[in-house]
Each structure stands twice: as structure tokens, then as C-alpha cells.
Ligand binder design. Structure first.
Ligand code: ADP
Length: 255
């Protein structure tokens, strides 16, 4: 049962009165667990065929570079490759949720320059040239973290910044060290977030409702990102002006 309200205590500190609302959340919890279970089974079933498709696609992509094939074949292999990439990312999210649930998301920490990660990552992201991505930050921020996982967090945040700003075409990434920790900001000038929805944003399967079918997604990216940052003893947060954009930020301990 979830209680939202005020308890009144006697002089011995024992609560004797409560005013507010009580909500039975057992059902919510069960639904959540059933979703987890389904995701776990479905993602394992999808893993084998998608992995095998991906291996074939990589061979095909190599072949079309060296063999004499028509432009039409090149075009369709290119399209199939892009869509397969999206599928692989979706599957990755599903598999990550199961790993997180089972406490099996291991971190492989190394020492690296945060600026290198941010710049490398954004170089790949800028290939989607719908938005101009700017990166600002100093060259001496060293962290001890899981490079691949932090890259995954940054990619999630930047992809969201792009996805949820169909009108404004800019995304600004700023990083540095502040108050003894490393920090990365991802700022967009898009649709922003209703303040009432902010507390739920990092919950698993949560998506802001009322946006129609305009934006696709599973509601997992922010949950996974938050879990990764938590496991690094960092913090993730969001600041948003509804209708005017959002700034997501995360911190990491300095090396
Ligand atoms: P997804 O994007 O797959 O729905 P996420 O977990 O990444 O899932 O995000 C959860 C929800 O938070 C999204 O459905 C969206 O409503 C909201 N959101 C995330 N990032 C932004 C952003 N940059 N601007 C506005 N809304 C956002």
C-alpha cells in the first residue's frame, strides 16, 4: 500500500492518526513483474535470430564494398543495415533490463578522459544530421568508469534530446568538473516535460502520456541510464521548462 499524506505523532513518537490517501499498489507491482518476465523471455528468444542476422549483414556489407553490385542492391543493403542496427539497440535495451533485474549488469571500469568519450560519441551521433550537436568542455577531466556503459548513457540522452525536439534543431553538450565531481549536461530546446511527470521519468517502462504516437520508444532508456549512473555512485537529474526544452545531467566520481 502506498500512503500519501500526513501522520500525526503522540509525545512518544508513535503515529496515531493519518490523513491522506492510501492506494493499493499491489496490482501495479504485479503488472510490472509480469512485464519484466515477458521482456526476459521475449528478449532471449529474439537474441539468437537477431545475432545471426547481424553476422550475415556484416558479411553482406563487406561484400558490397568489394564486389561489383548494382546501386539498387547497395541501397537496399544500406537500408536493411540501418534498420537492423535499430533492432539491435532495441534488443540491447530489453536484455539490459533483464540484466539489471537480476543484478547481472557488471561494470568494467577503466581510467579515461571524459572529453575523449564525449567527443567520440558525438562524432557518431552527428552522422544523423537532423540536429547540430555542439560539445564544450575542458581536456583534463579524468574519470574511472565503464567507458561502454557511460557511452550508452550519453547516447540515450542525446538520442532523446534529438527525438523530443522535432522543431528546434540544436543539442548542446557541456561537460567539466564541478564541486569535486565530473558532470555532463545534455541540453535540448524541444518539447520539454510537464513538471508533474518529472518524478516518474526514470521509472522503468515509463513514458509521458498524451504525446500521441508521434514519438516511438519503450520507456527504458532513462531507467537503464539511471541504473548505470547509480552503480557508478553518480547522480542523474533533469531540469525542464515545459514547451521550451530540457537539460539532463549526470555526475561521475573524478579519478
Ligand atoms: P522512450 O524515449 O523510449 O520513451 P526514455 O526512458 O528514454 O524512453 O524516456 C522516458 C520518457 O521521458 C519519454 O517517453 C519522454 O516522454 C520523456 N523524455 C525523455 N527525454 C526527453 C527529452 N529530452 N525531452 C522531453 N521528454 C523527454
Amino acid at each position: 500500500v502506498k500512503a500519501v499524506g500526513k501522520a500525526i505523532f503522540n509525545s512518544e513518537g508513535v503515529a496515531y492518526r493519518f490523513s491522506g490517501t492510501l492506494q493499493d499498489v499491489t496490482e501495479d507491482h504485479n503488472i510490472q513483474l509480469r512485464k519484466d518476465e515477458f521482456i526476459s523471455v521475449a528478449s532471449h528468444e529474439l537474441k539468437t535470430p537477431i545475432t545471426s542476422l547481424n553476422a550475415s549483414m556484416q558479411i553482406l556489407q563487406k561484400l558490397i564494398k568489394t564486389e561489383n553490385v548494382s546501386d539498387k542492391i547497395r541501397l537496399f543493403v544500406g537500408k536493411a543495415g540501418n534498420n537492423l542496427n535499430k533492432l539491435v539497440h532495441l534488443l540491447d535495451d530489453l536484455l539490459n533490463v533483464t540484466k539489471l533485474q537480476q543484478g547481472q549488469l557488471a561494470l568494467n571500469k577503466t581510467r579515461f578522459n571524459l572529453g575523449d568519450l564525449v567527443r567520440d560519441s558525438c562524432e557518431h551521433l552527428s552522422q544523423d544530421d537532423s540536429h547540430l550537436i555542439t560539445v564544450t568542455g575542458p581536456d583534463d577531466v579524468m574519470v574511472y568508469a565503464d567507458y561502454r556503459r557511460i557511452d550508452q548513457v550519453l547516447v540515450n540522452l542525446v538520442n532523446n534530446a534529438i527525438k523530443y525536439s522535432p522543431q528546434a534543431k540544436m543539442v548542446d553538450i557541456t561537460f567539466g568538473s564541478e564541486n569535486g565531481v565530473a558532470i555532463v549536461y545534455v541540453q535540448d530546446y524541444g518539447i520539454g516535460i510537464n513538471p508533474e511527470k518529472l518524478p516518474h521519468l526514470f521509472d522503468r517502462y515509463y513514458r509521458v502520456d498524451g504525446l500521441g504516437h508521434q514519438f516511438s520508444g519503450l520507456g527504458l532508456g532513462l531507467y537503464i541510464s539511471a541504473e548505470i549512473i547509480k552503480r557508478h555512485d553518480g547522480n542523474i537529474s533533469v531540469d525542464s521548462v515545459w514547451g521550451n526544452g530540457s537539460t539532463f545531467s549526470f555526475t561521475l566520481p573524478l579519478d
